[in-house]
Design a binder for this molecule. Structure first.
Ligand SMILES: Cc1cc2nc3c(=O)[nH]c(=O)nc-3n(C[C@H](O)[C@H](O)[C@H](O)COP(=O)(O)O)c2cc1C
Length: 329
């Protein structure tokens, strides 16, 4: 399935595995890339820039196809050494960087000079246009349905994707709520050039999280997420477990970040993923979990999504042109 995104990224299928904290490691990213999509390693999952370079080397041993690294730049009291991670991403030799969380402008000179393709993830048409203006090569537009940070605009993909198609000149992938071939077909019809998926890839064999997390995703429906940090204007979509609900309650009752800091600590989330204690902390998951019913390999997800999208598009075309005739027969 060839689109402007497959051409730009040098991949076979218009399917990207979005960066995922604690999840985007070598095995998962390599499996997605090897199947013809774009696998993305998450930079900040690695404790140091040198560890990141080693993680990319591990992925490289598993695939020679294009790979990406996600760098998420979020406000922090004690920020990681972002510039050093950027340098490590360049040195690692990956083809693509997925930037997220903030305007990538400060790093564009360095990245462009190094020949990396910059895929910037954002949640509004305004920010997509800004990213285009500062020179990114492509955009990933994340709708309200998504796992993680949907922004504060609350615009779901059904409107956000065509609105982005109307506004942008560069290629883009639709993100948030996509988990199967119907989603990819819809994204293409709405004007995107592919999809970015997080939740679907979180629930695959190569995803390095406990089987309990995967079983919970299969069990949960599209209704089982909550939005935390709304009053702080830093909204994040996480699983509707006891900790997520407690965070919502505390902040809704006027609490401040300091009151929930311990509940949302990254170390708790990591323990949850590693040990499968589903009430140990918060964990990102999207509404798309309602569309996830199994734990296939990541390569199988890529192949299945593409095959299903092709079939759905053919069937839709058939039913549009043949429908009235069938009705009158
Ligand atoms: C467990 C998990 C961790 C995530 N961590 C990050 C992250 O560190 N940086 C980032 O840009 N996006 C992160 N995301 C968001 C995904 O890259 C992607 O944009 C999102 O999952 C798309 O929505 P979907 O889950 O409906 O497919 C995360 C998503 C999940 C499920």
């Amino acid at each position: 399935m060839r689109t402007p995104i497959t051409d730009l990224l040098g991949i076979e299928h218009p399917v990207v595995q979005g960066g995922m904290m604690w999840v985007g490691r070598a095995e998962l990213a390599a499996a997605v890339s090897e199947a013809g999509g774009l696998g993305i390693i998450t930079a900040l999952t690695q404790p140091t820039p040198a560890d990141l370079v080693r993680e990319v080397e591990r992925a490289r041993a598993l695939t020679s196809k294009p790979l990406g690294v996600n760098l998420t730049i979020l406000p922090s009291i004690d920020p990681p050494p972002y510039a050093e991670y950027v340098r490590a991403i360049i040195d690692s030799g990956v083809e693509v960087i997925e930037t997220a969380g903030a305007n990538p402008e400060p790093f564009m000179g360095l990245l462009g000079g190094a020949g990396l393709t910059v895929l910037h993830k954002c949640t509004s048409v305004r920010h997509a246009l800004k990213a285009q203006a500062v020179g990114v090569d492509a955009v990933s537009i994340d709708g309200f349905e998504c796992a993680g940070h949907p922004g504060e605009g609350d615009v779901p993909g059904l409107v956000l994707v065509p609105a982005t198609a109307d506004a942008l000149d560069i290629p883009f992938v639709a993100s948030g709520g996509f988990a199967d071939g119907r989603g990819l077909a819809a994204a293409l019809v709405l004007g995107a050039h592919g999809v970015n998926m997080g939740t679907r890839f979180l629930c695959t064999q190569e995803s390095p999280v406990s089987d309990a997390v995967k079983a919970r995703i299969v069990e949960q429906t599209e209704r089982d997420t909550v939005l935390i940090f709304r009053p702080l204007r830093n909204t994040a979509r996480v699983a509707a477990n006891s900790v997520g609900r407690e965070v919502v309650r505390i902040l809704d009752e006027g609490g401040e970040f300091a009151d929930v800091r311990d509940l949302v600590a990254g170390a708790r989330g990591r323990r949850l993923f590693d040990e499968g204690d589903l009430e140990a902390g918060i964990w990102s998951v999207g509404m798309a979990q309602g569309l996830v019913h199994d734990v296939p390999s990541a390569g199988e997800v890529v192949r299945r999504v593409v095959a299903e999208a092709e079939a759905v598009l053919r069937d839709a075309l058939g039913s549009v042109s043949e429908g009235p005739r069938r009705a009158s027969a």
